[in-house]
Design a protein around this ligand. Sequence first.
Ligand code: PLP
Length: 303
Amino acid sequence: MDRVLVTLDGAVQDPGAPLLFADDIGALRGDGVFETVLVRDGKASALELHLARLRRSAEALELPDPDVAQWRTAVEAAAKEWGSDREGMLRMVLTRGREGAEVKRPGTGELSGPAPSLTGYVMVSPVADRVERVRSEGISVITLARGISTELATNAPWLLMGAKTLSYATNMAALRFAARMDADDVIFTSTEHRVLEGPRSTVVIQRDKQLLTPPARDGVLPGITQRALFAEAEKAGWKCEYKSLFTADLVTADSVWLLSSVTLAARVTTLDGLRMSAPECAAEITEMVDRGIDRAWNIADWN
Ligand code: PLP
């Protein structure tokens, strides 16, 4: 099977053999967190940032703090096992464990039953065929309502806005809806017509020598690829800003990009049917993303 599977003890497992119990809460309720990481040259790109975000997501779900050293070892073993011949998509998956033994809020003494055990593993699979084409040719995108206000990120913590949870069913449904509309991808908008994010990507817009992205306080996942781009772009003299954007800002931008760890930079070529031609700096943006994720960024806060 074209997969690599590694458990948190660092052991390489048979990817064809079952791993989860039927009562795993990750499978029953999507109650867990994950990270998707690009494996390139046998190494996990921007690994420290992914580990930091895994901790942040776990905290939002009141899961125990992940043992970063253990995860790092498992990821490095998986990436090495995958090899350097081709890119891979690596997922770190952490769930609340088996029903009846689930971990409640740490330190509240609410636990009953058997000792808690989380489920955690790392899996690498091939990068989708479409990725090469999307990187070079771009994507058509439609805007779709997410049905939420940007205010909810601060006012409704139970919505887990900005945490990378395993509950991605609506994100995948939005992508299927887009496919029915002959579009490749989606940009979600808030009830105030503000730009949020893609179902699996960060939105960045470019105007002259300026890059803009919605701030985490608007309820979007803080993107690692976007941070890598901003860090590189600032060094190259670009002005980079976290700013609430409206859908009108997409239309008036010089270019719009969807950034994500595996696909990297995908330029929006059509937005709600409107063609967006490539700016002169398109290749520069792609190169900055590429360079950015190859460096070991050590960024403490998430804006
Ligand atoms: N927003 C959402 C909802 C995502 O699922 C992802 C991708 O994983 C991103 C943004 C982009 O984040 P990153 O660049 O860290 O992959």
